[in-house]
Write a protein that binds this ligand. Structure first.
Ligand code: GLN
Length: 502
């Protein structure tokens, strides 16, 4: 039964359809795995076995009655704590929301429930999704299943570690500047940032509203497609959600074929600042695609030189405004200064105690960037860069079908190594943030292990807005080619975790 944890969501769906297992068995196997290894990983902030098993029981009853809600009915899923839920706490990794319960479910949570998926719990994350390592969580860092002394990426390190460590076959993440794709790269999993507006943001605790997108974290491209197919689509509660009819992403994976596909390699993300092992796996993957009929060309996006600087002005500006609502009156924590205090003093004491260092840093930066006298110089200039990035992408996509780059410059670093140098950590987002600035979709697919440290490396593909299906085509094709070459999946190479069996 323990082998159920090593099945993909697609395989579990088939087994459930064939009646060879039950949702209760599958859910129990994953809860047992969490109990065995999460003490080491800290991927989950909240698990309630009884609630998950009850949902599994109901799923089994629907199957028995011949009325499953979807092919994934009964398959478990982990949910990033940035998404609000009525039956589990939602903290967004912050002390300021500790103990708060949401009166409603995020739309994506409603959608996974309506498809019969079984929520296993809420996953750890950098506070308010600010970070690239999950070390900024108020509830302790998540550790990387490949090496417990290393970071799992961030901000969605909990979701990625849970999936990589076989604690859950599927997870939901949020990607504002790479928080789905970068942890996928770091942990050897698959992560997808959909087109801006392709998936509802209603009930996702906002970081930077013009960048945020919700998406899947899984072990295979097909599983991401299956989950994306569940969560996509218009939502009346999110005015930025698109009314498009989306194609089946699972079909795009099934029919994956790169013959004739034109792939542009982004020159600015292929060289200086990138770890040699990251670049080797990247170029080998491109060779493999070429050998199978893809055309590879180089493209230049000059504005990317300024993308990190612009992102780290726009993001704090939007975040400082989104986080103003945590005022000690409406949500969560309230700290009374000794001997009472005015409303302002209570707010100030609460925000002082409730926010961590990275959040405070960004609130100060964002407030400054938006202040009168500096608005044009900082926020205004950053928005101009954003327009240039969008133009560079439009130009590139007039020449190629998809763009490719390494997902991030390095493999997983040691816990603590970058904590004293926030700007160094920010710089590591260079490959992922441009997609958020342009609203375009991106995927990270495992490309192998770096020679120098044996840690996972991801390759990123980007497509024009609304063309998410292209990512499933090229990602699905590459995954199949690589696994054929290796003779195994990447995650089967991860070391055994104490208490677990592989
Ligand atoms: N590392 C980026 C940041 O810290 C990504 C954030 C995200 O995607 N939520 O802003």
């Amino acid at each position: 039964m323990s082998d159920l944890i090593h099945k993909t969501a697609a395989e579990l769906a088939d087994m459930l359809a064939a009646g060879t297992t039950t949702s209760v068995e599958i859910t129990q196997a994953h809860l047992d795995r969490i109990a065995a290894v999460d003490g080491d990983l800290n991927a989950f902030l909240h698990v309630n076995a009884a609630v998950s098993l009850e949902a599994a029981k109901q799923s089994d009853a629907r199957r028995a009655a011949g009325a499953p809600l979807s092919p994934l009915d009964g398959v478990p899923i982990a949910i990033k704590d940035v998404l609000v839920t009525t039956d589990m706490p939602s903290t967004s990794g912050s002390k300021i929301l500790e103990g708060w319960m949401s009166p409603y479910d995020a739309t994506v949570v409603t959608k996974v429930r309506e498809a019969g998926l079984v929520p296993l719990g809420k996953t750890n994350m950098d506070e308010f999704a600010m970070g690239s390592s999950t070390e900024h969580s108020a509830f302790g860092p998540t550790r990387n299943p490949w090496d417990l002394d290393r970071i799992p990426g961030g901000s969605g390190g909990g979701s990625a570690a849970a999936v990589a460590a076989f604690e859950a076959p599927l997870a939901l993440g949020s990607d504002t500047g790479g928080s789905i794709r970068q942890p996928a790269h770091i942990t050897g999993t698959v992560g997808v940032k959909p087109t801006y507006g392709g998936v509802s943001r209603y009930g996702a605790i906002a970081l930077a509203s013009s960048f945020d997108q919700i998406g899947p974290v899984t072990r295979t491209v097909m599983d991401s497609a299956l989950l994306h197919d569940v969560i996509k689509g218009h939502d009346v509660h999110d005015s930025t959600s698109l009314k498009d009819e989306w194609p089946s992403f699972a079909d795009a994976v099934k029919n994956a074929d790169v013959k004739g596909l034109k792939i542009g390699v982004i020159e600015q993300l292929d060289g200086e600042g990138f770890q040699p092992g990251v670049l080797s796996r990247f170029h080998e993957a491109l060779e493999l695609l070429k050998a199978n009929g893809a055309e590879i060309v180089n493209v230049s996006l000059p504005s990317l030189a300024h993308a990190v600087a612009a992102y780290y002005l726009i993001l704090p500006a939007e975040a400082s405004s989104n986080l103003a609502k945590f005022d000690s009156v409406r949500f969560g924590l309230r700290v009374q200064p000794e001997g009472g205090g005015t409303v302002e003093q209570v707010m100030s004491a609460t925000r002082e105690a409730g926010f961590g260092a990275e959040v405070k840093r960004r609130i100060i930066l964002g407030t400054y960037a938006l202040s009168a006298g500096y608005y044009d110089a900082y926020y205004g200039s950053a928005q101009k860069v954003r327009t240039l990035v969008q133009r560079d992408f439009a130009d590139a996509f007039s020449k190629v079908d998809v763009l490719a780059s390494p997902t991030a410059p390095t493999t997983a670093w040691k816990l603590g190594d970058q904590l004293d140098d926030p700007v160094a950590m920010w710089r590591g987002d260079i490959a992922t943030i441009p997609a958020n600035m342009a609203g375009i979709p991106g995927i990270s697919v495992p490309a192998g292990l770096a020679d120098e440290d044996g840690l996972p490396v991801g390759i990123q593909f980007l497509a024009p807005a609304r063309e998410d299906a292209r990512l499933y085509n090229v990602g699905g094709a590459l995954e199949a080619l690589l696994e054929q070459q290796w003779g195994h999946t990447l995650l089967s190479q991860a070391p055994e975790l104490k208490g677990g069996q592989r």
